[in-house]
Design a protein around this ligand. Structure first.
Ligand code: UTP
Length: 224
């Protein structure tokens, strides 16, 4: 199976959790040993946001702010790649074509951001589309997708399974509540929907969830 793993900066990098980074390296090794092709997309987390704020204070424009944030995500990607060791690609993939090339070489691909104006969720969706992945798994800071923002509503219910259309409705019904947007970037949803790719959102704080999701066990939220 060809798998894209979207690793939240909010999970491994806010603050940096080296134990978790090591565990993820082990999980990716297991996936590779099981015969899967793997692409890992790492987010920039709190440090990216700090650098965006600094860039703003310097009156740099949005594109420059994004470029700085992309560099931060690539720094975390490099850290993860080095931790992976020999099974990883020779350097952080900077383009979608790099990702395809490194997969052809039999390596695990690791990348951060790609271009201004998007988030690493959209990067994960774009790369999944480009390499024709079977599954995108997102490890995030919540147990899955909820019918409303669980940080603001005690009665929020986790959804086990939904279609992309239903997910779009969840977004539009709760347009004004920021939290839900952070779970999966709507731009990423659009790309996944047009490519008919499966997405599983799980809590990234337990890396075993990734293996469970790949095995088809009931974990997090499945969007298909
Ligand atoms: P991220 O995707 O790294 O952070 O984007 P996130 O959405 O907070 O996700 P996690 O949970 O930390 O992983 C942070 C910012 O980096 C810029 C955008 O400004 C985005 O809001 N960015 C990132 C880009 O412009 N292009 C990219 O390809 C990636």
């Amino acid at each position: 199976m060809r798998i894209v793993l979207r690793l939240g900066g909010s999970v491994v990098a806010s603050p940096v959790n080296t134990d978790l980074i090591k565990k993820y390296a082990q999980i990716v090794r297991s996936l590779k040993e099981q015969g899967n092709d793997v692409v890992v997309v790492v987010g920039g987390g709190a440090l990216a946001r700090e650098f965006i704020a600094i860039a703003k204070q310097l009156s740099l424009d949005e594109q420059a702010q994004d470029e700085i944030a992309i560099s931060v995500s690539r720094l975390y990607a490099q850290l993860f790649l080095k931790t992976l060791g020999g099974i990883g690609c020779r350097q952080v993939a900077l383009t979608l074509d790099d990702a395809s090339e490194y997969l052809r070489e039999g390596k695990v691909v690791v990348m951060g951001g790609l271009k201004p104006g998007i988030t690493t969720d959209a990067v994960a969706a774009l790369v999944a589309e480009h390499v024709k992945a079977d599954l995108l798994v997102k490890g995030t800071d919540q147990e899955g997708i909820y019918n409303k923002d669980p940080r603001k509503h005690a009665d929020a219910v986790k959804l086990d399974r939904l279609s992309f259309d239903e997910l779009v409705n969840v977004f539009s019904e709760h347009k004004h509540k920021a939290g839900i947007h952070q779970i999966v970037d709507p731009e990423a949803i659009k790309i996944l929907k047009r490519g008919r790719m499966r997405l599983i959102v799980v809590s990234g704080f337990n890396p075993e969830n990734i293996l469970a999701a790949v095995k088809g066990e009931k974990v997090g939220t499945l969007v298909s």
